[in-house]
Design a binder for this molecule. Structure first.
Ligand code: M6R
Length: 609
């Protein structure tokens, strides 16, 4: 999604803005631009392309200034083009960058055209810059103009605003879309997330919804949604400034896949006390709130939704607690029946996913017992608005395809169902077994990573494939779904996952010698069932690729290629089996020459609906 950077300093800010844009590239974008104030002049450069293209353009026509804003645009209204790229400018007086969607832009546009504005782009953003310009003409004060203009906007926005009439002033506004302020010494910054600014500061203020900030070299004054001055806490980021490096790996995604043993280890750190899970890892109030809980409702999107689906199997089989899982964009627009003893759980890597956030906001007024966010980003909107928080410690995830965030979400969810199950009759032996398995998990993931070489060789076979089926049963069905999502998002091969038992109810019609079928097979009570499903595929000439563990014996068969992970216990099997599926998607995408870390049309942080 769109990325914003802004700076006000006594030195040239163009390099800071460009470095910030590079650090935001992972979010996904299709055009880029920046504008700076030099004396009373406003200068802008935009490209329909990548930040590197903008850098080339800057070499041709250097821009320097002490106040500036910059942007990477992920197209929503209007195609990727120079005209639609940000910053947008009105009459050389106001320049803005925007992340979000203005829902009433059509009516504002009609009114502005009637007032004599000529539109230069197809974006919704242009109505914002015009609105600020009109208010600025009335008030003569940039801050007052932003107050007045934002009162007229419906929808979501994070904005950075500058004007040559007020050099040395940067106004930031936030509603619905994320925005942070970076605090320097005698210089200040804004950005869509902290990663963008780690090369210039570790100190951040997270704006609350409705906040507007007046930023100069001398300080930052924040106004809340009632336009009252407020103090927001300053946080020190623990992330190091080279967090966005690839550490020698060819892609962020590969680095992040290989970081999983560490990420899981860190997520488990401090979680156990005398062989039991310490429930305060979910927050100090967790014990009291969990005492009430008799059911779980999980809401999330994409990969995080798949984590929720695994949790449903765990919750009902291990902890005897009813669990319902729903896609956030569906939940938020549907009337649902709420049982008051239900824990509302959101799962999100970024903590800024617009649909998940809206679902949480709805849930807070719907009578749930409490809300819990499982999230990888401290101080994200989701964590700030939830009663309880479990922070996964995957570390910054840069690749658009979520990998280590997913496996650490699963770790958090297994711990959650265990502490809830305790209250509903789960034995201490079961809990001790789960704790033991979680402690083994980093090692088990390391063994799964050893399949990398084999998977690399195997993946060449898929370069010319256009479709793939993924099959799983029980706990491994959501893992098959996740494997299919990974493949389609980074290799652009159409992939679907099915419960293996559903094959004969339709998808079997697709199976022929051109259709690769990946099956994820656990060594559990469903083994014989899924073996029969594999025979159904084989009988139709399908190419089978079976991912299983060393405990499973399959008849030798030249038509079936088998990948085996070392023995893995049933409860942690979904986490371990995820890893080879990530590697399969990764290597196929690399062979196909796809942009693995920034797949087309996708964004890392989906901050608009
Ligand atoms: O940040 P979130 O976990 O809320 O994001 C949800 C989805 O957008 C995300 O998981 C998406 O599906 C990933 N690209 C999957 O790899």
């Amino acid at each position: 999604m769109c990325g914003i950077v802004g700076a006000v300093a006594e030195r040239d800010v163009s390099k800071i803005l460009m470095e910030g844009l590079r650090r935001l590239e992972y979010r996904g974008y299709d055009s880029a631009g920046l504008a700076v104030l030099e004396g009373n002049g406003l200068h802008r450069l935009r490209v329909a392309g990548k930040v590197n293209d903008l850098a080339d353009s800057l070499k041709q026509s250097p821009l320097k200034g002490t106040t500036g804003i910059a942007h990477t645009r992920w197209a929503t209204h209007g195609k990727p083009s120079v005209e639609n790229a940000h910053p947008h400018i009105c009459k050389d007086q106001i320049a803005i960058v925007h992340n979000g969607i203005i829902e009433n832009y059509e009516s504002l546009k009609q009114a502005q055209i009637a007032n004599g504005h000529a539109f230069q782009s197809e974006t919704d953003t242009e109505v914002v810059v015009n609105q600020i310009y009109d208010s600025f003409s009335d008030t003569g004060n940039l801050l007052e103009a932003v107050f007045a203009a934002t009162d007229k906007l419906d929808g979501a926005y994070a904005l950075g605003i500058i004007s040559p009439s007020e050099p040395g002033r940067l106004i930031a506004a936030r509603r619905g879309s994320p925005l942070v302020i970076g605090i320097g010494i005698g210089e200040h910054f804004i950005a869509s997330d902290v990663l963008a600014l780690l090369s210039v500061t570790q100190k951040f203020i997270f704006l609350a919804d409705g906040d507007i900030a007046d930023i100069t070299c001398d300080g930052v004054v924040i106004y809340d949604e009632n336009r009252k001055v407020v103090k927001r806490p300053v946080s020190i980021s623990e992330l190091s400034h080279d967090v966005a490096g690839k550490s020698g790996y060819r892609h962020y995604m590969l680095k992040e896949i290989f970081e999983q043993p560490r990420a899981v280890h860190d997520t488990l750190a401090g979680a156990f006390n005398n062989g039991r899970i310490d429930e305060t890892v979910f927050g100090q109030k967790a014990g009291k709130l969990f005492d009430r809980v008799k059911a779980i409702k999980i809401v999330a999107c994409g990969t995080s939704y798949h984590a929720g689906l695994v949790a449903r199997y765990w919750a009902e089989s291990i902890a005897n607690i009813p669990c319902d899982v729903e896609i956030a964009s569906e939940f938020r627009y549907r009337k649902s029946v709420v049982h008051p003893d239900t824990l509302f759980v959101t799962i999100s890597q970024s903590g800024e996913t617009a649909d998940t956030l809206a679902a949480l906001q709805l849930a807070r007024h719907s009578g749930f017992a409490a809300s819990l966010a499982i999230c990888n980003v401290p101080e994200s909107s989701l964590t700030r608005e939830s009663d309880l928080v479990f922070l996964t410690r995957a570390g910054a995830e840069i690749g658009v395809a979520s990998t280590k965030a997913f496996t650490t979400q699963l770790v958090a969810l297994l711990m959650l169902v265990t502490v809830l199950g305790r209250r509903l009759g789960m034995t201490s032996e079961t809990e001790a077994a789960i704790v033991g398995q979680l402690q083994q998990l980093p090692g088990r993931i390391n063994s799964a990573l050893e399949l990398d070489g084999k998977i690399n060789l195997l993946s060449k076979q898929f370069i010319n494939k256009h479709h793939a089926l993924y099959l799983g049963r029980g706990l491994l069905l959501p893992i098959a779904m996740e494997g299919a999502l990974k493949l389609k998002e980074i290799s652009y091969i159409h992939a679907e996952a099915y419960a293996a038992g559903e094959l004969k109810h339709g998808p079997l019609a697709l199976v022929d010698e051109d259709m690769p079928v990946f099956a994820v097979v656990a060594n559990n009570e469903l083994l014989e069932k899924i073996k029969s499903n594999l025979q159904e595929v084989k009988a139709r000439g399908g190419r089978l690729y079976v991912l299983t563990d060393t405990g499973v014996q399959l008849e030798k068969d030249d038509d079936i290629q088998v990948l085996k992970v070392a023995h893995v216990e049933d409860s942690i099997a979904p986490i371990v089996f995820t890893v080879p599926l990530q590697l399969i998607a990764y290597h196929i995408a690399v062979f196909k020459g796809a942009d693995v870390d920034q797949p087309r049309n996708l964004a890392k942080s989906v901050t608009v609906e």
